[in-house]
Design a protein around this ligand. Structure first.
Ligand SMILES: Cc1cc2nc3c(=O)[nH]c(=O)nc-3n(C[C@H](O)[C@H](O)[C@H](O)COP(=O)(O)OP(=O)(O)OC[C@H]3O[C@@H](n4cnc5c(N)ncnc54)[C@H](O)[C@@H]3O)c2cc1C
Length: 382
């Protein structure tokens, strides 16, 4: 009989196990992981560098049940993450926009440090062991994987659906807690598909632009793709992209439409070939495409540069998403992440109906929810 069976050896499950053992070294903890090794997704985060947290953890960076997220973060914030990882030998450094990374700049080193600490503390990890059923049995749980494992409590840390099928998270685990309310999971932090007459010819080109969807804006490098748009500001706003609505690019955010109209009128005196009209002002191919669409009408061109429209038609799906918007309904989950439906079951990490912006927020949520569960589980077992 185990004290705790942890379903999933990802960011949340591994962190929980270390934290819970530190709260109570006597706990007998078993991690069941579907993949051949733990932390497969964690090892590819941040383009292999692991954007582990952010110095700015204000509420606006969290989505879904933002209040629930904020309560978790209030109890386990930026300095707690730095302290926790410092205690397992991972030094953290800050880069641009408050984004923090391990000093090694290797996501694999974060996985290794967690793995080593789990081993040192005596956490038992069984890989290639996909859980297919959790059965309630007289106050205990039987967790079915390669064998039947009995535990007093279960920590559901099986993730959401991001990176679907690449990292072991395909959404099939939600059905392990059938009675639990689920808010429809949607891909977030994902490339956006648009009507592509404009994006396809510009495939591969990157521009700095402000991206606007409704009242939401973000600035940064935008990449034109054959299916639509990518790049950090596009990924960031993807959770607001509704089919049929319009995304606008402002290709010259520092200037007003009037400024641009004047610049275009002045350029006319340079007497250039139309194909070279914007040379030195815009990316050459972007400029050529605009001239093709609007001729040399300065008003229309200035309007297009400030508000280049793209009709939205979906996204590239869970396979490419970095997180899941939606998940187990937090209204049925207490602040310590224990389920109100299944007594003695905790739900942590991406499986919860909370998600964060790109920038270290999703891992911070995984750590903060792991902390809440770890603080509570020993008390529950007593
Ligand atoms: C490409 C990519 C890059 C990212 N980069 C960043 C970043 O830089 N910063 C950031 O904050 N966030 C990033 N994220 C998001 C972040 O990785 C996740 O939000 C985080 O890993 C969630 O942690 P988790 O433990 O809840 O889930 P996961 O890390 O997904 O772990 C869940 C684990 O459960 C296992 N599992 C699933 N079902 C079962 C089952 N039935 N039985 C047993 N085991 C099971 C899975 O195999 C997996 O190992 C990125 C995501 C992706 C896909």
């Amino acid at each position: 009989m185990y004290d705790v069976a942890v379903i999933g050896g990802g960011a949340a499950g591994l962190t929980f196990s270390v934290m819970a053992k530190r709260q109570n070294p006597k706990l007998n903890i078993l991690i069941l992981e579907k993949n051949a090794r733990v932390g497969k997704k964690l090892a590819v985060t941040g383009n292999g560098r692991c954007n582990i947290t952010n110095t700015d953890l204000s509420a606006s960076h969290f989505h879904g049940d933002r209040e629930f997220a904020q309560k978790l973060i209030d109890k386990f914030g930026f300095m707690d993450t730095v302290g926790f990882f410092g205690s397992i030998g991972v030094l953290i450094k800050k880069e641009e926009n408050g984004k923090c990374y391990p000093y090694s700049l290797q996501a694999s080193s974060v996985v290794d440090a967690l793995r080593f600490e789990c081993d040192r503390l005596g956490v038992i990890t069984l890989c290639e062991n996909a859980v297919t059923e959790i059965i309630e049995n007289k106050g205990y749980y039987t967790v079915k994987g390669n064998g039947n494992y009995t535990a007093k409590t279960v920590v559901f840390a099986a993730g959401g659906m991001s990176g679907m099928s690449k990292y072991g998270t395909d959404g099939s685990a939600y059905k392990l807690l059938k009675k639990h309310g689920l808010i429809n999971p949607k891909p977030a932090i994902v490339q956006i598909k648009t009507e592509n007459t404009l994006t396809r010819p510009l495939k591969g080109i990157k521009v700095y632009a402000t991206v606007k969807i409704g009242s939401h804006t973000d600035f940064g490098e935008v990449l034109f793709c054959d299916y639509g748009l990518s790049g950090p500001p596009v990924l960031q706003l993807s959770r607001y992209a509704e089919n049929g609505s319009t995304l606008y690019l402002d290709l010259m955010p520092e200037y007003t439409q009037n400024d641009i109209e004047k610049m275009i009128a002045e350029r006319a005196s340079l007497d250039r070939e139309p194909s070279e009209f914007f040379t030195g002002m815009l990316n050459k191919r972007v400029g050529q495409t605009l001239i093709k669409m609007f001729g040399q009408d300065s008003k229309k061109l200035a309007q297009a540069i400030k508000n280049l429209p793209f009709t939205l038609c979906g996204n590239t799906g869970f396979v490419n998403a970095q997180t899941t918007h939606g998940g187990f309904d937090t209204k049925m989950i207490k602040e310590d992440t224990s389920s109100k439906i299944y007594k003695g079951v905790y739900i942590i990490g991406e499986a919860l109906n909370v998600d964060g912006d790109c920038g270290g927020y999703n891992l911070q949520l995984a750590f903060a929810s792991a902390n809440a569960a770890a603080k509570s589980v020993s008390g529950y077992l007593k």
